[in-house]
Design a protein around this ligand. Structure first.
Ligand code: AMP
Length: 215
C-alpha cells in the first residue's frame, strides 16, 4: 500500500500528476482544492466559509481543512492507499496529518516535491483552463482542447478559475513561499522528502515518478 503527499507551487502539475498516478497505482486521489471547489459549488457551510479565501488566493483556515481531510481519510477507498494533493500546506496541517495517520495505523511512503521555476508556474497558471462540468485540466498553449472553450471529454464549458487570475496568482505564490516551503523542511527532517524536477511535459514527469515509486 502506498500513501503519497504531493507538494508543489500552484501550477507545478500536482493535480495532473495525481490523476495519472491514481490510474496507474489505483490510489485514492484526495485533492483539497477539488473538495473545496465542490463544497463551494454545492453551497455547503464549508463552501460558504471557504469561498472568499479561495477567490483571493489565500489559504483556507487550518481547522476547516484538517477536519475535512480527517473525514475523507476514513472513507473506504483511502484504506488502499492515497495521494494527498494540495495538503498539507502549512506545518500545522502536516502535524495534524501525522497524528491522523498514527491514529489510523498508516504510514507515508513519501512527500514528493514537484519542483518548477517560478516563471514557468506563472505561465502555466495563467494559461490554465478547467472544465466547469468534469474538472478536466487544459492549457491554452501546452494542452489545448480540440475545440476552443469546450471540454474534449464531456463537452462542458472551459473556464478560468478566479484564482488563476494575475492578482490571485501572485498571492498564491507568496503563500506557497511563506506557508508551504516550511512543510518541505518538515518532511525532510522525517526523511520522507523526495524532489522531482517537474519542468517537463506531463508524460515525462509521470515516467520519472513511476521509475522512482512505481514498483
Ligand atoms: P488548489 O486547487 O490546490 O490550488 O487549491 C485552491 C485553493 O483552495 C487554494 O488557493 C486555497 O485557498 C484552498 N486550499 C486548498 N487546499 C488547501 C489547504 N491544504 N489549506 C488551505 N487552503 C487550501
Amino acid at each position: 500500500m502506498k500513501n503519497f503527499i504531493f507538494i508543489g507551487a500552484p501550477g507545478a502539475g500536482k493535480g495532473t500528476q495525481a490523476a495519472m498516478v491514481k490510474q496507474d497505482l489505483h490510489l485514492a486521489h484526495i485533492s483539497t482544492g477539488d473538495m473545496l471547489r465542490a463544497a463551494v459549488k454545492a453551497g455547503t457551510e464549508l463552501g460558504k466559509e471557504a469561498k472568499a479565501y479561495m477567490d483571493a488566493g489565500e489559504l483556507v483556515p487550518d481547522e476547516l481543512i484538517i477536519a475535512m481531510v480527517k473525514e475523507r481519510l476514513q472513507e473506504e477507498d483511502a484504506q488502499n492507499g492515497f495521494i494527498l494533493d494540495g495538503f498539507p500546506r502549512t506545518v500545522a496541517q502536516a502535524e495534524a496529518l501525522q497524528q491522523m495517520l498514527e491514529e489510523q495505523g498508516l504510514k507515508l511512503t513519501a512527500a514528493v516535491s514537484f519542483e518548477v521555476p517560478e516563471e514557468v508556474v506563472i505561465e502555466r497558471l495563467s494559461g490554465r483552463r478547467v472544465c466547469k462540468q468534469c474538472g478536466a485540466i487544459y492549457h491554452i498553449k501546452n494542452n489545448p482542447p480540440k475545440q476552443e472553450g469546450i471540454c474534449d471529454k464531456c463537452g462542458g464549458e472551459l473556464i478560468q478559475r478566479d484564482d488563476d487570475k494575475p492578482e490571485a496568482i501572485k498571492r498564491r505564490l507568496e503563500s506557497f513561499k511563506a506557508d508551504t516551503e516550511p512543510v518541505l523542511a518538515f518532511y525532510e527532517k522525517l526523511g520522507l522528502l523526495r524532489k522531482l524536477q517537474a519542468d517537463a511535459p506531463a508524460e515525462e514527469v509521470h515516467r520519472k515518478f513511476l521509475e522512482a515509486f512505481g514498483d
